[in-house]
Design a protein around this ligand. Structure first.
Ligand code: UT7
Length: 331
C-alpha cells in the first residue's frame, strides 16, 4: 500500500477587533513606542475585550472559516487538537468546547499544552493520526487569549502578548507533499524562567496568591531570550541539515512571533533573506500558540503547491521545535 502523507488542505484564522497600541500602553505603564518597537518589533496587538468570552470563542470562527473554505461540515471532522496555554477552564479541554460550539459531533478532541511550540506539537501529533490511515480529517487549532493571564501593570510582559487563533485542516494524500518532518524538543528545567506561579496543583489560587499577582505570566525575559535565539535557530538548522535542504530550497520561514530579534537570528542562521520570512509581529504581538497558523492564514494566497516551508518555535517549558511542510495547494 502507498504511504499516506498528511497535507494541510485549508487554513482559517481569527483576531479580535480591539487594537491595543503602544500609545495606549504608554498610558498604562512606564514605557514608550520607541523602546517597544526597537526591542520587540511590536506596534499593536489584538485583545478580546468582551466579558465572558474565552479562547474557544477565538477558535470557533477560525475553524468555521477553514470548513467553509474546504467545503466541509463540522460533522466531517474526525479529530480536533487544540494547542493553548489559556484554556477556557482548567478542565475540560478547550478542544471539547470548540467541538460542541461548532457542532463537530463526530470528532474526538483534546488539548496540547506546549506554550509557544504548541502548534508544532499538535500538528506533529495530528499528522501521525492521518499517516496511520485511521483518521481522514484532523483539525489543528492554535489559540491563546493571552490578555487573560497578562499583568497590565508589568511593563516587561504586557507589551509583548496579544490574542488570536489560527487553524489548519490535515488530510491524507499519496502525493509527496504535506508534513515531511518534525524535530521537537523540551526541557522542563527552563520552567523557572517562564511560568504562572499559582492556580495549578502545587499552589492552588487563594486570595493571597491573587493579591500577589501570581495568576499572571512570570517571565525572566533576558534568560528566555538567550535560550530562544539559540534554540529556534539550532533546531531549524538541524532540520534543514538532516533533510539535505539548503536555503535555496526553502520558500518560507514561518517563525514564532515572540521578538523580531529572535526571528532575525533564526533567519540568519538558516541563510534566508528577509523576503522569505513571514513576519506579522508588528500588528499582533506574541499570540503564543496562534502565531504560526496566523502567519499561514495571512500568507496563504502567496503559497504555491510544492513550496517548502519551515515552521519554527520556542516557548515556555522550555519547548521548541521545527517542522518541514511541503505546501499542498494553490489558492
Ligand atoms: O514566546 C515565549 C517566549 N518568550 C520570548 O521569547 C521572550 C524573550 N525575551 C524578550 O523578547 C526580551 O527579553 C524582552 C522583550 C522581554 C525584553 O527585552 P530586553 O532587550 O531583554 O530587555 P531587558 O529585560 O534586558 O531590559 C532592558 C531595560 C531594563 O532597564 P535597565 O535595567 O537597563 O534600567 C528594563 O527595566 O529595559 C527596561 N524595560 C523597559 N523599558 C521600557 C523593560 N521593559 C520595558 C518597557 N519599556 N516595556
Amino acid at each position: 500500500m502507498q504511504k499516506i502523507n498528511a497535507a494541510i488542505t485549508a487554513v482559517g484564522g481569527y483576531v479580535p477587533e480591539y487594537r491595543l497600541t503602544n500609545a495606549e500602553l504608554e498610558k498604562m505603564v512606564d514605557t514608550n513606542d520607541e523602546w517597544i518597537v526597537s526591542r520587540t518589533g511590536i506596534s499593536e496587538r489584538r485583545i478580546l475585550k468582551e466579558e465572558g468570552k474565552g479562547s474557544s470563542d477565538l477558535a470557533v470562527p477560525a475553524v468555521l472559516e477553514l470548513c467553509q473554505k474546504r467545503g466541509i461540515k463540522p460533522e466531517d471532522i474526525d479529530c480536533l487538537i487544540c494547542a493553548t496555554v489559556t484554556p477556557d477552564m482548567v478542565f475540560p479541554a478547550t478542544a471539547n468546547i470548540i467541538c460542541d460550539k461548532i457542532g463537530a459531533v463526530n470528532s474526538f478532541s483534546f488539548d496540547v499544552m506546549a506554550a509557544c511550540s504548541g502548534f508544532l506539537y499538535a500538528i506533529t501529533t495530528g499528522a501521525a493520526f492521518i499517516e496511520s490511515g485511521r483518521y481522514k480529517k484532523v483539525v489543528i487549532v492554535g489559540v491563546d487569549k493571552m490578555s487573560s493571564i497578562v499583568d497590565y501593570s508589568d511593563r516587561t510582559t504586557c507589551i509583548i502578548f496579544g490574542d488570536g487563533a489560527g487553524a489548519i485542516l490535515l488530510e491524507g494524500t499519496e502525493e509527496e507533499i504535506g508534513i515531511k518532518d518534525s524535530l521537537l524538543k523540551s526541557d522542563g528545567s527552563g520552567s523557572k524562567f517562564l511560568h504562572m506561579k499559582a492556580g495549578g496543583s502545587v499552589k492552588p489560587s487563594t486570595v493571597e496568591t491573587v493579591l500577589a499577582r501570581e495568576h499572571y505570566v512570570y517571565q525572566e525575559g533576558q534568560s528566555v531570550f538567550k535560550f530562544a535565539v539559540k534554540g529556534m535557530a539550532d533546531v531549524s538548522y538541524e532540520l534543514m541539515e538532516r533533510n539535505g535542504l539548503t536555503a535555496d530550497d526553502i520558500a518560507w520561514l514561518v517563525p514564532h512571533q515572540a521578538n523580531l530579534r529572535i526571528i532575525d537570528a533564526t533567519a540568519n542562521r538558516m541563510g534566508l533573506p528577509k523576503e522569505k520570512v513571514m513576519i506579522n509581529i508588528e500588528k499582533y504581538g506574541n499570540t503564543t500558540a496562534a502565531t504560526l497558523p496566523l502567519c499561514l492564514w495571512e500568507w496563504e494566497k502567496q503559497l504555491k503547491k510544492g513550496d517548502n516551508l519551515i515552521l519554527a518555535a520556542f516557548g515556555g517549558g522550555f519547548t521548541w521545535g521545527a517542522t518541514w511542510v511541503k505546501w499542498a495547494y494553490n489558492s
